[in-house]
Design a protein around this ligand. Structure first.
Ligand SMILES: Cc1cc2nc3c(=O)[nH]c(=O)nc-3n(C[C@H](O)[C@H](O)[C@H](O)COP(=O)(O)O)c2cc1C
Length: 183
């Protein structure tokens, strides 16, 4: 799998999922294999700051984070999306991000392409995107863009035509990024 889209929302088919999938759909149209995963319902506990990952090179906490992390390591492009909660990413997404500390020490994600996606009802999405971009830049991803969509109830974001088009445009940029690497 070349491209992994992750929605950190607890709404499995909510606005974040739809905007992330708009990027993936465009990549599929360009001939790339993609996978979508939702963090809804998964057990992803907080980083405990144990620092064991300095020695182990992977997180020692046993829960559902591991399987998604393995997929992320395999993917050449990662699209991470979150709903905006109190002007930032929601807790599930933040737990997911914090646990990637275990992949940071040896820069295991460096050079992968990365995209930040957030959905807001009306405000705070830019800050949520900044949090995701902070995660991407810390890990030395190659930034391939970001988009903030607007929507409140699940599905609303599909009426935000400019965000949906921005997502498709990012999908084309990701395809070009992978195409260049394919040579
Ligand atoms: C606990 C909570 C906090 C929220 N905080 C904000 C906020 O700060 N700004 C905003 O515009 N929308 C806020 N929202 C609305 C969500 O961002 C919005 O409904 C979004 O579309 C949810 O995306 P999802 O369908 O992917 O879960 C909040 C919603 C919840 C449940």
């Amino acid at each position: 799998m070349q491209v992994l889209g992750i929605s950190g929302s607890m709404r499995e088919d909510g606005n974040t999922a739809r905007l992330v999938r708009a990027v993936l759909d465009e990549m599929e149209r360009n001939g790339f294999e993609t996978e979508f995963v939702s963090l809804a319902g998964l057990r992803i506990g907080p980083c405990t700051g144990c620092e064991l990952c300095l020695k182990e090179h992977f997180c020692s906490i046993q829960d559902d984070w591991d399987a998604i992390a393995e997929k992320m390591l395999e993917a050449k492009v990662v699209i991470l999306g979150a709903p905006t909660y109190y002007f930032d990413v929601n807790g599930q997404t933040k737990n997911f991000i914090d646990r990637t500390y275990s992949l940071y020490h040896h820069r295991r994600l460096a050079g992968h392409g990365g995209v930040a996606v957030a959905v807001q009802a009306n405000t705070g999405g830019e800050r949520a995107v900044q949090t995701i971009e902070g995660f991407l830049s810390t890990h030395e991803f190659v930034s391939l863009g970001s988009v903030v969509g607007n929507g409140y109830r699940a599905g609303d974001v599909e009426r935000d035509q400019s965000a949906m088009e921005a997502a498709r445009s990012i999908g084309r940029r990701c395809a070009a990024f992978l195409g260049d690497r394919r040579g």
